[in-house]
Design a protein around this ligand. Sequence first.
Ligand SMILES: [Zn+2]
Length: 254
Amino acid sequence: MAQQHVAVKGLVIRQTDFGDHDRYITLLTEELGKIEVLCRGIRRKRGRLVTATSLFQYSEFTLFAGRQYQLNDAVIDTAFWSGITGNIEYYALCCYFADLANIAAVEEQTAKQILRLVLRALYALDRQHRQPQAVKAAFELRLACLLGFQPELNGCGACGETECGNWSFLLENGALICDSCRKRVGGTYFSVSQSVLHALRYIAYCPDKKEFSFAVSEQTAKQLGKICEKYLLYHMDVQCQETLGFYHSLFDMT
Ligand SMILES: [Zn+2]
């Protein structure tokens, strides 16, 4: 079969070594969604190609497109590797984001949206040094929205009440529930303070590119983080034990 060259811009979200010198990399791309690329002999090499195909690099790839994609050339567009791997909290978080992205990026169109969300999260950490806990929560909730699980945060999901001094968040359907309805509506609840509600509404309803532009207190970050994490994992029906477990072993939120 004749091989064709294709050019794509992609973010490396996974590396899998095999044989003595070879490696598969998983890319999230604008052009093709999520793809696997065979990098023959890459582990014997040094220099530009190795750097451009490292984890969390956003690079311009030239690939041979045959029965499978094979690496021909790669040039870095935006380098995240050294900044992310140089900070253990950033690194642990980004491994978790990459894990989630790899699982969620099934449809091509969704993969492109997830790519942009991951890139903005990397940028928020590596370039803007935003609060890691806030970036984590925002990533989780925006990913949930992107996958069709947008929470309903304007009023009580059971009675429609918009004023309440003691809101709860219902995990199973992403609804706010007021104090009086909570007694009669079953489910898994999280108490929501006004500052957490404010942050949840901001993340869920702000335009793209603004989702990481906020800051919260330490206490709010903890409560917010717990809700966003549980909500996403429940609706994606995943655990991400390895990557999320690693993050929690370093930075326990409880
Ligand atoms: Zn109610």
